[in-house]
Design a protein around this ligand. Structure first.
Ligand code: BEZ
Length: 212
C-alpha cells in the first residue's frame, strides 16, 4: 500500500523498548513522528536518536509523541540505548520499536531494495491526532536528518490547520506567511488578517503570522 499525504497511517501492534505499542491507541490525541533507522549500533543513527531525545521539550510543546523504529529486536535496542546515552549525553526519552520481523518497515515501505535489501532508509512520517499522514520525508542511510526541519514542518502544519494561510520558502515561527488563494472576500481578509497584508501579485499576498 502506498502511504500518501492524507492516508490514514497504518495501525500496528509491536514490541518496543517501553513495552507493547498499539500505534493508533498510543498516539491518542497527540501528533506523532514515526522515524526509521537502518540499523542499531550505527553512527548516524546514534546521533539522530540523541538529537531527537534532546528536543523532547520542543516536541512536547507541540503535543507530539516521538517513536523510532529499527529492524533489530528490543534487546539489541536496549543495549544500543546505553551507547546513545553515553555518547550523546542525553537520556533516551521515547520508545524504539523492535522490528526484527520487519512488520512496521514493510507496512510503511521503509525498505527500498534498490538502496538496500535489508536495512530501512531514513523515513519520517508526521501524523496528526486523526491518524492522518500529514507529511513524509525520505533520506538515504548516509544522510542524517535535520530535526529542526521536522519541528518546522510540524509548526507549519499546526499553523495552517488553524489559520487560512500557507508558509513560504524557509519560513520559521514568527516570519510572514501567505494568505491562501481561496480567500478572496475583502471583508473576510480584513477579519482574518487584522494586522494587514501586502499584495505583491493577486495570488501572492503576504501577512504577518496571525497568531504571533
Ligand atoms: C549510520 O547510521 O551511520 C548508517 C547506517 C547504515 C548505513 C550507513 C550509515
Amino acid at each position: 500500500m502506498t502511504i500518501r499525504i492524507g492516508s490514514i497511517a497504518p495501525d500496528f501492534t509491536q514490541q518496543s523498548t517501553e513495552g507493547s505499542i498499539s500505534f493508533h491507541e498510543w498516539i491518542g490525541n497527540s501528533w506523532a513522528v514515526l522515524f526509521s533507522h537502518p540499523k542499531d549500533f550505527t553512527p548516524v543513527c546514534t546521533t539522530e536518536l540523541g538529537t531527537a531525545a534532546k528536543l523532547k521539550p520542543e516536541f512536547d510543546k507541540r503535543n507530539v509523541k516521538v517513536l523510532a523504529v529499527s529492524v533489530d529486536d528490543v534487546d539489541s535496542h536496549k543495549r544500543w540505548t546505553a551507547d546513545i546515552e553515553e555518547t550523546q549525553k542525553t537520556k533516551l526519552n521515547y520508545p524504539i520499536l523492535g522490528d526484527a520481523d520487519r512488520k512496521v518497515a514493510t507496512l510503511y515501505d521503509m525498505i527500498h531494495p534498490e538502496a538496500n535489501d535489508t536495512l530501512t532508509v531514513r523515513s519520517v512520517f508526521i501524523i496528526d491526532p486523526n491518524k492522518k499522514v500529514r507529511a513524509t520525508f525520505t533520506y538515504p542511510a548516509s544522510t542524517g536528518r535535520h530535526f529542526d526541519e521536522v519541528l518546522r514542518v510540524i509548526d507549519s502544519l499546526q499553523l495552517t490547520d488553524s489559520h487560512s494561510v500557507a508558509t513560504p520558502a524557509n519560513w520559521t515561527q514568527g516570519n510572514d506567511v501567505v494568505i491562501l488563494p481561496s480567500i478572496q472576500d475583502p471583508d473576510v481578509i480584513k477579519q482574518k488578517f487584522p494586522k494587514g497584508h501586502t499584495v505583491l501579485k493577486p495570488y501572492l499576498r503576504i501577512t504577518p503570522q496571525p497568531n504571533k
